[in-house]
Ligand binder design. Structure first.
Ligand code: KIV
Length: 302
């Protein structure tokens, strides 16, 4: 069923008592198509595609070219959801000029409606410059997977008062710099609640408890199309990976056993054309091949 396009005006209204925002990642045409049809508000072409589409150990190796390639597939598939593209590691940390240039590419070449970048107080100049160029920016505070080497892995942020204070200051700083919404990742729920209370824009949690204005999860983890352990905050709503394995196992068995393809999955031709073909292609000095089976009621071969 067709639904109204989600615009930034809708996203920015959804704070406080408004219905929560539902965001999910999408990386390719069909993940975006199914999520868009399911009614998701926002799609995030996350740099987590490094792990879930490309088999990298994390997000750090992901390039602008890879992000644009996947953003284009998603934006072609999703007429209704508001599409946000992640600026990958190295595309905005080097200079404000690079940050603006690469944000422009995600919008112009990738078709995204907004960009997301990780970091707090240290990113306010880049955020303000991108917003100044007319591109909405989603912030991302708490755990920033692109900084995994700084944290020594993917670790919950803000379990101590000091770090919780930093997460809060980061949230306030990126909101003041002009972000229209902020992802809060892997922080204790009370910390996310406090950030949500203190910023005027929508917060979208991932591993940040129920107190945010919205939630985001990774598509493959939601549908169960991944191997390996998922973080504690992930709720898996289907077991698509197991269904895929079962379907492909059956397919292999039917191919090997000659059961597939059967008549239903084969192209047929008119009986008369088949007879003419066999006469014309008979080997010299030999009669046409096997006698033909009785014609099908429609005149098509059996
Ligand atoms: O890349 C991504 O998928 C993200 C989410 C974890 C929010 O940034």
């Amino acid at each position: 069923m067709e639904r109204d396009k989600v615009t930034i005006r809708e996203v920015t209204k959804r704070t406080g008592d408004a219905p929560r925002l539902a965001m999910i990642t999408a990386y390719d045409f069909y993940s975006a198509r199914f999520a868009d049809r399911a009614g998701v508000d926002l799609l995030l072409v996350g740099d987590s595609l490094g792990s879930f589409m490309l088999g990298y150990p994390g997000t750090v190796p992901v390039t602008m070219a890879e992000m644009i390639h996947h953003c284009r597939a998603v934006t072609r598939a999703a007429p209704a959801a508001f599409v946000v593209g992640d600026l990958p590691f190295g595309s905005y940390q080097t200079s404000t000029r690079d940050a603006v240039a690469n944000a422009v590419r995600l919008v112009k070449e990738g078709g995204c409606e907004a960009v997301k970048l990780e970091g707090g107080a240290e990113r306010t100049e880049a955020i303000a410059a991108i917003v100044g160029a007319g591109i909405p920016v989603m912030g991302h505070v708490g755990l920033g997977p692109q900084s995994e080497h700084r944290y020594g892995g993917y670790r919950v942020q803000g379990r101590t008062a000091d770090v919780a204070g930093r997460v809060l200051r980061d949230g306030i700083a990126v909101a003041e710099a002009g972000c229209f919404a902020i992802v809060i990742e892997a922080v204790p729920r009370r910390v996310a609640e406090e950030v949500t209370r203190r910023v005027p824009v929508a917060t979208i949690g991932i591993g940040a408890g129920p107190g945010c204005d919205g939630q985001v999860l990774i598509y493959h983890e939601v549908i169960g199309m991944h191997t390996g352990r998922a973080p504690r905050y992930v709720k898996q709503y289907a077991a698509v990976g197991e269904q895929i394995s079962a379907a492909v196992t059956r397919y292999c068995g039917e191919v090997r056993g000659g059961k597939f393809p059967d008549r239903e999955h084969s192209y047929l031709m008119e009986q008369s054309e088949l007879e003419r073909f066999r006469e014309r292609s008979a080997e010299p000095g030999k009669p046409p091949g096997e006698p033909l089976p009785a014609p099908h009621a429609t005149g098509a071969e059996r």
